[in-house]
Design a protein around this ligand. Structure first.
Ligand code: ACO
Length: 323
């Protein structure tokens, strides 16, 4: 028998304010046609003034706990992936912990767009080693606060939101038929730090900074690194691409997602796509997409889900999860 963590439930939250490409075209020199053609994005949700990452995270967490049918007091670990914490410290996760009345310990992790895969892997490891029994894994972002709203090359790409899953330890058989996290595969390459970064920070400038990106270079790395990390996940579990029921990718750009689906020979109806309505919500994008497909009935018990993401660092990863 092998200790594993299965997902008991999931939930998500999107701020009420929806901003379309046409809305953005009133602020910067862009067009709906350009944005849709290059990225697939049509609209995104933006947090209201005073609406914080912890508010989004808490709303998603409450929904995930309800879906899982577990009491907040039974959670002994919260791992919150975010690049946009409420404050530099303490961890935003501790605010969520207090609001929920959860026990144990709570921490933030920062892996930008790969944050949810990293957080899932960290929580899975806490559970496998017995340090936690029931964990809440959250991806939550108010990424709009990091954008330079005069820079059309970045401000059209991102949105705000949050998603969460509840993980619980159980004894599995140790094969690919088990439910839960089968494996996670993490990578980073700090030599590509300057491809995607914010031009501020506590130590560097004392400010939060704004997103700066070499879009074409990031695109090139995304296609090759995601291709290899999804292959790595399949090989680690002795599975062929045909075994995948659902691709739940990080939602940065439809062209990147289509490229990975083509490589896996997955038809488009096996790909969960939210980028058109959410934009890139960084660490929140995978749990938002997962939650949508679970709650609308597409993802069913026993389905095999492949998740993948890449972002600043560069940091990238994949996870195979059986629902
Ligand atoms: N509206 C209109 N024109 C624009 C816009 C805009 N919003 N942004 C850039 N342009 C212009 C450029 O100025 C350029 O004009 P020029 O030819 O006169 O110089 C032209 O469009 C082409 O610009 P490129 O940067 O070459 O456009 P490209 O086809 O590479 O698309 C994009 C840009 C969408 C950013 C693409 O490179 C991309 O998706 N890269 C991946 C980056 C990404 O997704 N980052 C998110 C974080 S990382 C992650 O999550 C994977």
């Amino acid at each position: 028998m092998v200790k594993r963590s299965r997902i008991l439930g999931c939930g998500s939250y999107l701020p009420a304010n929806i901003v379309t490409n046409d809305d953005l075209a009133k602020r910067v020199d862009t067009s709906d046609e350009w944005i849709v053609q290059r990225t697939g994005i049509r609209s995104r949700h933006l947090a209201a003034e005073g609406e914080l990452t912890s508010d989004l995270a808490l709303a998603a967490a409450v929904r995930a706990l309800e879906h899982a049918g577990v009491e907040p007091g039974s959670i002994d670990c919260i791992v919150l992936a975010t690049t946009t914490p409420d404050n530099t410290f303490p961890a935003t996760a501790t605010k969520v912990q207090a609001a929920l009345g959860a026990k144990g310990f709570a921490l933030d992790i920062q892996a930008v767009c790969s944050g949810f895969i990293y957080a899932l892997s960290i929580a899975d490891n806490f559970i496998r080693t017995g340090q936690a029994k029931r964990a809440l894994v959250i991806g939550a972002e108010t990424f709009s606060r990091l954008l330079d709203w005069s820079d059309r090359t970045t401000c059209v790409l991102f949105g705000d939101g949050a998603g969460a899953v509840v993980l619980e330890g159980y004894d599995g058989n140790g094969n690919a038929g088990d439910r839960g996290v089968l494996s996670a595969h993490l990578h980073s390459d700090g030599s590509q730090y300057d491809l995607l970064y914010v031009d501020g920070g506590v130590s560097a400038t004392g400010t939060a900074g704004h997103v700066r990106m070499q879009g074409q270079e990031v695109f090139r790395h995304a296609v090759s690194k995601l291709s290899s990390v999804v292959e790595e996940a399949l090989v680690a579990n002795g599975l062929e691409p045909a075994a995948i029921d659902w691709l739940v990718p990080h939602q940065a750009n439809q062209r990147i997602i289509d490229g990975i689906a083509r490589k896996l020979k997955l038809s488009t109806d096996k790909v969960v796509l939210t980028v058109d309505r959410h934009g890139n919500t960084s660490a929140a994008s995978i749990p938002l997409a997962l939650s949508e497909a679970v709650h609308d009935g597409r993802i069913k018990r026993g389905d095999l889900i492949l998740m993948e993401a890449i972002g600043g660092g560069l940091a990238w990863g994949s996870a195979l999860v059986r629902w």
